[in-house]
Ligand binder design. Sequence first.
Ligand SMILES: Cc1cc2nc3c(=O)[nH]c(=O)nc-3n(C[C@H](O)[C@H](O)[C@H](O)COP(=O)(O)OP(=O)(O)OC[C@H]3O[C@@H](n4cnc5c(N)ncnc54)[C@H](O)[C@@H]3O)c2cc1C
Length: 380
Amino acid sequence: MARYEVVIVGGGVIGLSIGYALARSGVSCVILDRTELGREASWAGAGMLPPQSEPRPGPIHPSVELRSWSARLYPEWSAALLDETGIDNGYRRTGGVDVAWTEAEEQALRTTAGRWRVEGIAFERLAAGDFGRVEPALNPELRLVYFLPDRAQVRNPRHLRALAVAFTGRGGVIRANCAVEGFIARGDRVVEVRTEAGAFQADQVIVAAGAWSGRLLDALGVHAPTPPLKGQLVLLRGDRPLLRRIVEHGKTYLVPRDDDRILVGATEEDAGFDVLPTADAFRALTEAAVRLCPELKEARVEATWTGLRPGSFDTRPYIGLVPGYRNVVVASGHKRAGLQLSPATAELAVDLVLGRPPRIDLAHFRIDREPSTGDDVFRS
Ligand SMILES: Cc1cc2nc3c(=O)[nH]c(=O)nc-3n(C[C@H](O)[C@H](O)[C@H](O)COP(=O)(O)OP(=O)(O)OC[C@H]3O[C@@H](n4cnc5c(N)ncnc54)[C@H](O)[C@@H]3O)c2cc1C
């Protein structure tokens, strides 16, 4: 039976990032995925990354800490991945604009800007008539526009490929088409991971199976739902670069790539594990896009697709030891923010595997926490 120090269940951005971080620490790991790696939410996502914040004196909310730490790690990881693999993951600090059409949206955006100020995130409010200085293609009739110069993006498929190549380059093993079916536990330790392709022995196990994690945790007798939240996207292509910045209007966004493509997202639907695109979502997304940037009406539609964001029982991911087990870690439920939070999540998983004190207080992210009713601070 194959034996590894760590068996990681799930090869999305979370599992791959953990594998890469562990491989950098010299830990022998295998990543098991029930299909090809990185073909689910992590492939589908838009790859928007929040701006870095300047650390301020005084206590920081652990969710803000997780987000800003990840934002700081992204340029560092991207450079290391390029160096190790030759793959450019498309990390770019393109900047972004957040916009409002109505008075109510203006109020909400001003409140968000207050939070940016407290967190030390750079932003500038653009005066009417001055939008074109930052983003010439924006509809000049918008009511309010904020410019965030440090908003960034990554190309998900390239990032996933770079992580996989770097992981295997450091001796990590990838087993695709190897669905985990259950676990064998002895006392408070899982000793074997059972798959359709045989069993794996492990000193430690990490559950990072996205929206499917809840089912695996159920198999361990632990209730921690990871409900899928369906998201649909449309990929447009112009015949010249139309936008420079990421444009965000509430939950709608335009993400310009450096090859004349613009990703328009995204819906949030409670539709179980259904992944079929719908006509209704397509119409709503393209209409919203053309209203934000009228020149897009000539753009060609290149593709549409969907992905299933892994939810949790509140707005935060689960990161930490699984209750009742000394050697099982969960890293899942990152919902809309799994790409942005992946490097810091991976570093925390390394702390847990190596038995070091986690660099962020994990009380906030444990499965057995009190559910949060607070704001979703993982948006910007
Ligand atoms: C439309 C859309 C837009 C998004 N935009 C952004 C964004 O701009 N920025 C951002 O930060 N986040 C974004 N997200 C969210 C982000 O994509 C997710 O939070 C993230 O990809 C979750 O990663 P994951 O590794 O947990 O899950 P996944 O990528 O779903 O990976 C889970 C893996 O586990 C495997 N698996 C499942 N069950 C088993 C099993 N039994 N055995 C073995 N393997 C198994 C699956 O095959 C899969 O490969 C977006 C998501 C969507 C859908």
